[in-house]
Design a protein around this ligand. Structure first.
Ligand code: GAR
Length: 199
């Protein structure tokens, strides 16, 4: 079994989709063993506790520098023998030092069709605001490997979602989650876990 850590910052609906997928057998090659949040108030922590998953809070604000934050993350992950890291609404950009330490072992879900509306400054609701502002007719979600370039790693899965007349950023965010993120993230996690098992 691949030991999975999920890194979160907020509501944790993608974490919930992963927990549900493990319970329903969609994820069968891995086990969510740890949830780390940089925000002690993240509702995602409650979701993890309800599912009996170990939680850790590592606050960037309480670290003297970004490298101390990443060192704490790296040691927490290594101490537990984590094989795969899933960024599920984790609102921190990770440096090359971190991404090199887990090369090919970090996945991220992003709420647009990369390479549109991605990179530094494009996160959460902002992504949907920008998509509506631009006037695209189709958006979606992407799951990709994480490297040192924000949203720049190899794409694993994408799913398109149509924009509807009168969409607000909030309405669009919810549709992209329901129709794309919560579906492709568990599938990508299983696909990558199954590959790691065979290695
Ligand atoms: C999700 O839409 C996720 O794709 C996005 O934040 C939201 C987190 O929601 N992530 C990014 O924008 C990363 N660049 P959740 O906490 O309910 O899963």
């Amino acid at each position: 079994m691949v030991k999975i850590a999920v890194l979160v910052s907020g509501g944790g609906t993608n974490l919930q989709a992963l927990i549900n997928a493990e319970n329903s057998g969609i994820i069968k090659s891995g086990k969510i063993s740890l949830v780390i949040s940089n925000n002690k108030n993240a509702y995602a922590l409650e979701r993890a506790k309800n599912a009996g998953i170990e939680t850790l809070v590592i606050s960037k604000k309480e670290c003297s520098c970004p490298s101390e934050f990443e060192d704490k993350l790296i040691s927490s992950l290594n101490e537990r023998g984590i094989d795969l890291i899933v960024l599920a609404g984790f609102m921190c950009i990770l440096s090359k030092k971190f991404t090199d330490a887990f090369e090919g072992r970090i996945l991220n879900v992003h709420p647009s069709l990369i390479p549109s509306f991605c990179g530094e400054g494009f996160y959460g609701l902002k992504v949907h605001e920008k998509a509506l502002e631009y006037g695209v007719k189709v958006t979606g979600a992407t799951v990709h490997f994480v490297n040192e370039i924000p949203d720049g790693g190899k794409i694993i899965k994408q799913k398109a979602v149509y924009i509807k007349e009168g969409d607000t950023p909030e309405v669009l965010q919810k549709r992209v989650m329901e129709e794309a993120e919560w579906i492709i993230l568990p599938l990508a996690v299983e696909e990558v876990s199954a590959t790691i098992v065979k290695e």
